[in-house]
Design a protein around this ligand. Sequence first.
Ligand SMILES: [Zn+2]
Length: 428
Amino acid sequence: MAFQLKDFLLYPPQIWACHQRLQDAQYWSPEQRRADTQTNLARLLHHAVTNVPYYRRTLAPYQDRFAGMIERLDLSELPILTKQQIRDHGQELWADGHAAYKPSVAQTSGTTGSPTKFLVDRQSNITHFASIWTMLNWVGYRFGDRFADLTGGERAGEPMYARDLRSAHLSRENVQRYARRLRRFEPVVFKAIPSSMYIYCRWLEEAGLESYQPRAVLTCAETLHDHYRAKIQDVFHCRLFDFYNQNERACLFSTCEHGRYHIHEDYSYVELIDNDTPGRAQVVTTTTNNFVMPLIRYQTNDLVEVGDGTGCPCGRTYPTVARVIGRADDIVVTPDGRFHSSFEFILERMENIRMTQIVQDDVDHIDVRLVPTPSFDRRTDLRRLEDELRAWLGDDIDIGFSFHTALQPGRTGKIPFVISRPGRELLT
Ligand SMILES: [Zn+2]
């Protein structure tokens, strides 16, 4: 959860008030929600075309028709904003006098594109915190409850904590230690990315170990495949929740107790645009709370299965989708039996790499394919990247680098970040 504690400490009353509002808003009537969305969009579009250089240029020709679009809740006339356009126009998307918004920087990694800096302002932080808090309430979490996180965002070799189990350390050999720690700590909610949790469950079963039973397991950041879901529920005997959110805070979808993904419409305005595959749609979002760098009709490149669109038995009136099809990469397996599903945090810091792909045919070798920017320095940048990867993967794996001008998309049209034969074997 990318909470910045200092933000929360700076303005808890606003976050509390926003959370209170969201408690009501999730049950609003469709009319009430439509009116609220119209108000938010009107304010956002007016601000963008007045105060943001990029939109002054691109949206001015449409300004006369804003009122009609908002009335119909139909932004389809307006241009789509792609990730490439954000990379190309970067600071032109920052509002005039952006420093006055006291923004913080959110960064996306150069996995299949160069790292991009997004500015997020105070109101965006407030909405984000309050929405995540609401989402955690759906999961059954209350402030003060114990929470464990099996994520990989630290270097191997660092100590393993009860709250933060670091998937980077997990191996078949030490799975018993993890299970023991969890039983002792008894977190109410146990969070992980789906592939890590799936592997943990399989290794637990192989070792003949029983898991303690949390109130809920919470997953995020990858596609939650059916076989992952079945295994996790089999092992934990509890409810499984999943959510979809991005560093650039484009949108928030999260499952309720009935397993449907609700679109948090107070977070952003989401359009589901027809895809070539029947039953699937692209997610395009307009951020209505971040005035320092508004994203209007931002193409997330993620897909959803739209489902039947009927109301959810939970009674919440946010629209639903059946499934989010986000990232689905392989994982890298190391010779000492560990695995790694996330390298984003390394690439977020590598500004001179436009695209990256890791290919692993055997457990003792990876080939890192790089599309460098013109400023890439083979001595400093390459050394740094190798050091970072080495810290994660250990000394027993051979790391080769190759340089490319472009990378080929896979069958889905996306460029997979990791292609690993040993990884795929572990995930099936
Ligand atoms: Zn529901």
